[in-house]
Design a protein around this ligand. Structure first.
Ligand SMILES: [Fe+2]
Length: 340
């Protein structure tokens, strides 16, 4: 039997890797966005400013002093997570993330995908692709993609055990055994896993199983309950994995979230507390339309809560840092948690 020895969750938004004085670059994108999802509706930027007037002093929140202090807290939390994972030194890391048109495009968009190839490449930062991105994204891309290709082994025996467990539990998962390729060769793993490789693992070649959810793109995003139950299936498969290497120590990671690009501190507080307290009633009661845009990545955390449900690991919220970049309260509610 493999043992789940550790879990962690980390936001991965570009602001984490952007100097505070340049957070305005993304605010410029927010001002142009005609559809900001927020609590079940969608708003233009001016509508959002009006709607949220009086909720919090966002002008103060976006001041350079506050931004610098938020940035420092974010870096401290990321460094702590990196140190903890290095101390735990797991044999295998399972990363639950979402694909955002990185491997999967409009031709196919699976709800749940388990990657089971021999290896996975975090491909070198593509300078030409970088030029097509908005300046607020481009500035942070090296936090996801290395200067040269990095290759990670994939423990495919365990990936197959997870797939078999999922099928037995009536989750008709998609599998991917070969990294997608484009004209320039293999397309690297997406941002949700790339950020963990770069910023938490510091490019160390820890064997990783990427599990990719479609949290982002309608209409086939799995519900919070389905994500949680899928997580429980994964947790059982790991715990009962009976292979030659049965004493493997496995760590689990939730990548992304919490609310963005409209920060919703109420939602973040409620959902993080529910995950910590194993309060599935609250998690399942959350309307699905709260999980839109980047906030949908919270489902990666819910899946991890399911994976860890039958372990004795307890969640410790290392920090929650609302990192605001505009007067509409856009930015990202950054969360960092450790299950020990
Ligand atoms: Fe993301």
């Amino acid at each position: 039997m493999a043992k789940i020895v550790y879990g962690f969750g980390s936001s991965h938004g570009p602001l984490l890797s952007t100097p505070p004085e340049q957070w305005d670059l993304r605010a410029a994108d927010d001002r142009k966005n005609p559809q900001h999802p927020f609590r079940g509706s969608a708003y233009t930027f001016p509508e959002l400013v009006d709607l949220r007037r009086g909720e919090k002093d966002f002008h103060r929140e976006m001041s350079i002093e506050v931004r610098c202090s938020r940035h420092e807290r974010n870096q401290r939390a990321l460094n702590r997570l990196g140190e903890k994972v290095a101390d735990v030194d797991p044999d295998i890391l399972v990363v639950v993330g979402d694909d955002q048109h990185e491997w999967f495009l409009d031709d196919i968009q699976p709800s749940f995908t388990i990657y089971c190839g021999e290896q996975v490449i975090n491909a070198a930062l593509d300078q030409e692709k970088m030029k097509t991105k908005s300046p607020g994204i481009a500035v942070a891309m090296s936090a996801y993609y290395p200067a040269e290709d990095h290759i990670y082994p994939v423990p495919k025996d365990l990936a197959h055990a997870i797939i078999q467990g999922a099928i037995a539990d009536e989750f008709d998962v998609a599998i991917s055994a070969t990294q997608r390729a484009g004209p320039k060769g293999p397309i690297g793993i997406g941002h949700a896993v790339g950020f963990i490789y770069r910023r938490i693992l510091k490019d160390r070649p820890v064997p990783v199983i990427p599990i990719l959810l479609n949290t982002y793109f309608p209409p086939n995003q799995p519900t919070p309950k389905r994500c949680y139950e899928f997580g429980r299936s994964i947790g059982r498969a790991i715990a009962s994995w009976d292979a030659e290497n049965r004493n493997k120590r496995v760590a689990i990671c939730a990548s992304g979230g919490i609310s963005h690009f409209v920060i919703d501190e109420e939602f973040d507080t409620r959902i993080l507390a529910a995950i910590k307290n194993r309060d599935t009633e609250t998690i399942f009661a959350e309307p699905d339309n709260m999980f839109r845009s980047g906030t949908s990545e919270t489902k990666n955390w819910i899946t991890v809560a399911g994976i860890l449900a039958e372990t004795e690991l307890e969640m410790n919220l290392l920090d929650y840092v609302p990192s605001c970049r505009s007067e509409a309260g856009t930015g990202c509610g950054m969360a960092f948690a450790s299950w020990e």
